[in-house]
Design a protein around this ligand. Structure first.
Ligand SMILES: Nc1nc2c(ncn2[C@@H]2O[C@H](COP(=O)(O)OP(=O)(O)O)[C@@H](O)[C@H]2O)c(=O)[nH]1
Ligand SMILES: [Mg+2]
Ligand SMILES: [Zn+2]
Length: 313
């Protein structure tokens, strides 16, 4: 029996990297992965598993069990009506967004920030396509995220701007890129490692393969630069909408970093809904500009979604 790292896979067939660096295609043996029941997918890139190498085929094996996860990054899959694992055992989640093409979606970022904090994984707001020149609204939201304690970085996979800083942030870590399709996740990976040659939307259009691209997550190891430690990155499938999993409406403010310290100090104490009560410290902070109005709106929208189970956008 050996231990290995899940790089990717679908339909119960997973690519498992052995500690010697070879890759085996492995099916899950029996119903051994009981602790992952109820999920849309049993394993995700970044998972460690124990497996039995096939005695005759060096390219095959059987997954026997899952090594307990340090953390996992999930989103609610509406179609499958189950939580979907995007990646496991992460050090960093890069939430990829753009100033334009597709349009800036701060609410997507706010949702993913909550999910990252829920799992205790360090998030990074990564703005790609900064060659498209972020306008004042985008810059204002970026500086607000910085102010309340989230790290942000502007890069361009196209021009290379900021890519050295990104490489430095990723060094020695297992990270995941999450974001809507088209924000440039695959392009960023290609820019970080020119040998990858991942398919990007532009390329697939050129070859007439339709507009889309990454449908399943995959873990890549990037080569170390001079004297650097290697970085590993999970390219996750593009998600149109990020629906939270694992938090209740009443607890949501705990995961808005600028709201959390105020919880309990409202006149109505912990029973305050922060929606209309007099003496609500959160509402006072919104009026005083200490909580950005758009962050408060995000909180209200997400809270309502969690309460009603309806996810309009
Ligand atoms: N202007 C600009 N376009 C980019 C940049 N990075 C990626 N793109 C384009 O954005 C489109 C989507 O990129 P892709 O990597 O497939 O996005 P993904 O769906 O997130 O993997 C492609 O046409 C890329 O050429 C960038 O930094 N600047
Ligand atoms: Mg892609
Ligand atoms: Zn309140």
């Amino acid at each position: 029996m050996s231990e290995g790292l899940v790089l990717g896979g679908t339909n119960n067939l997973f690519e498992v990297e052995t500690d010697e660096g070879s890759v085996r295609l492995c099916a899950i043996k029996g119903k051994i992965l009981r602790d992952v029941e109820g999920y849309y997918n049993p394993l995700a890139p970044g998972d460690r598993v124990s497996f039995e190498p096939d005695a005759t085929d060096p390219g095959r094996g059987m997954i026997l069990s899952l090594v307990p996860r340090r953390n996992h990054f999930v989103r609610w899959n509406q179609k499958g009506k189950a939580p979907q694992l995007l990646a496991a055992n992460l050090d960093l989640i890069a939430i990829v967004t753009t100033p334009d093409e597709p349009p800036f979606r701060p609410r997507f970022v706010d949702r993913a920030l909550v999910q990252a904090d829920l799992e205790g994984i360090e998030p990074l707001v990564l703005v790609n396509k900064c060659d498209l020149e972020p306008d004042a609204d985008v810059l204002e939201r970026l500086s607000d995220w910085e102010r309340i304690g989230y790290r942000t970085l502007q890069v361009s996979a196209r021009t290379g701007e900021g890519m050295d800083s990104l490489a430095a942030l990723l060094e020695g870590k297992l990270s995941a890129f999450v974001g809507q399709s088209g924000v440039g996740k695959s392009s960023l990976l290609n820019a970080l490692d020119t040998r990858l040659e991942l398919r990007t939307a532009g390329l697939s259009e050129k070859f007439g393969r339709g507009t889309h691209t990454t449908t399943k997550g995959m873990l890549f190891h990037l080569p170390p630069g001079a004297g650097e430690k290697p970085a590993s990155i999970v390219d996750t499938p593009g998600v149109r909408r990020f629906v939270l999993h694992g938090v209740e409406a009443k607890d949501l403010a705990l995961y808005f970093r600028e709201m959390e310290p105020l919880i309990g100090s409202c006149s109505w104490g912990l029973s305050c809904s922060h929606l209309h009560e007099p003496g609500c410290k959160i509402l006072e902070a919104v009026y005083a500009g200490v909580i950005h109005e758009e962050r408060y709106e995000s909180w209200q929208r997400i809270r309502e979604e969690l309460e009603t189970g309806r996810f309009a956008d």
